[in-house]
Design a protein around this ligand. Structure first.
Ligand SMILES: Nc1nc2c(ncn2[C@@H]2O[C@H](COP(=O)(O)OP(=O)(O)OP(=O)(O)O)[C@@H](O)[C@H]2O)c(=O)[nH]1
Ligand SMILES: [Mg+2]
Length: 218
């Protein structure tokens, strides 16, 4: 005889999402609100350490779009005499870091080459602030980034990446050379060091919150 024999199987229980430990609010039963997402740009000139910055702090394996540099770039892309750089970002970097239960930063690294400048408008959309990474030995590469954020009216912090722990100029000389106002924070950091990157990003966050609070009052 064809067909099933015996009693019909019991219907499966209705789906219930699994309980996640620690994901409830202090009230106990209500799930905790997810952290507020904050988009931050990591921008700057060619080869200043943007990809390194995102990679140093991201809690996920960062998304990168690195391409090999070729001889076609000689005389166009100058990463500086002491650089051992062999790849360059051709679209963007992406990483994220949770600051605390209420705040998560989504980091978007820009490409550094001038010919990819058209990407910056798209990447900046929805961003609350930016870290403009600067190599003190190649300040002229950083002018376009500073101009971009001044014109965009987006809060930014200048982070001088201390390659090998040394700066080619003092911070006040860099401020003068970049012609940035006193309201723009200027910090020294190490793009390879997670805690140093964290501190620089916290200054960006502070600026962004400051701006958001002022906008709200207005
Ligand atoms: N010694 C030293 N090397 C660094 C530091 N930061 C970055 N580098 C190196 O400098 C090179 C450039 O770093 P990247 O992070 O690729 O720079 P980028 O700004 O993303 O470059 P583009 O995307 O091509 O504009 C890499 O070879 C890094 O390993 C630093 O603080 N000290
Ligand atoms: Mg890069």
């Amino acid at each position: 005889m064809l067909g099933r024999t015996g009693p019909p199987a019991a219907a499966p229980p209705p789906y219930r999402p699994p309980a996640v430990s620690g994901a409830t609010s202090q009230a106990g039963d209500r799930p905790a609100a997810p952290p507020v997402p904050v988009k931050i740009l990591v921008a700057g000139g060619f080869g200043v350490g943007k990809t390194t910055t995102v990679g140093a702090i991201s809690e996920i394996a960062p998304l990168t779009t690195e391409a090999e540099m070729t001889t076609a770039g000689i005389g166009v892309d100058d990463p500086g005499a002491r650089s051992t750089k062999t790849t360059t970002t051709v679209a963007m970097d992406f990483g994220c870091v949770t600051i605390d239960r209420s705040l998560k930063l989504y980091l978007f690294g820009t490409p550094g080459q001038t010919r990819f400048g058209f990407m910056w408008d798209d990447l900046a959309r929805g961003a609350l602030g930016a870290l403009v990474v600067v190599d003190s030995a190649r300040l002229d590469d950083c002018f376009p980034a500073v101009d971009f954020f001044e014109q965009a009216g987006l809060p930014f912090v200048v982070g001088v990446n201390a390659f090998d722990g040394r700066l080619a100029l003092q911070l006040d000389e860099i401020r003068w050379a970049l012609a940035i106002g006193d309201h723009v924070p200027l910090v020294q950091f190490d793009a390879r060091d997670r805690l140093s990157v964290r501190d620089a990003l916290l200054v960006v966050l502070d600026r962004a919150l400051d701006r958001a609070t002022r906008d709200r009052r207005a």
